[in-house]
Design a binder for this molecule. Structure first.
Ligand SMILES: [Zn+2]
Length: 125
């Protein structure tokens, strides 16, 4: 009889342990499902934004960009120290000044790549 009681006790403990584990598991599962839902929402959001980006860009700029891209794989070039990094030609000083103001899209007078300005790196002393 005592043996049976001991066994019964053991079973009760095991099943309560199991219930605890099941509870933890269910909680984890719910958490993961929630994360999954959030990730899917994020993914959909980025996807929509990406599709949107194509329509937000000025069509003229996009056309120019695609045109340049047909000629060069890199349609954009860095302008450093007054030089277009795409064709290594000097950018007219007035244009370079305009470029530094960053008000409008400027393309290289030589290769027509869209230029973006980067401040010259400071010399290491
Ligand atoms: Zn150029």
């Amino acid at each position: 009889m005592e043996k049976i009681n001991a066994l019964a006790e053991e079973i009760t403990q095991l099943s309560s342990g199991l219930a605890d584990k099941e509870k933890v598991f269910n909680e984890k599962e719910a958490e993961l499902r929630k994360n999954e839902g959030e990730l899917k929402t994020d993914r959909d959001k980025y996807h929509a934004e990406h599709q949107d980006a194509g329509t937000k860009v000025d069509p003229a700029v996009l056309k120019q960009y695609r045109y340049i891209q047909n000629k060069y794989s890199d349609a954009m070039a860095l302008a450093v120290n007054g030089i277009c990094s795409g064709c290594n030609k000097r950018i007219p000083p007035q244009l370079y000044i305009e470029l530094q103001k960053w008000n409008e899209l400027i393309s290289c007078t030589n290769c027509h790549r869209l230029l973006f300005y980067q401040e010259p790196a400071e010399e290491v002393k």
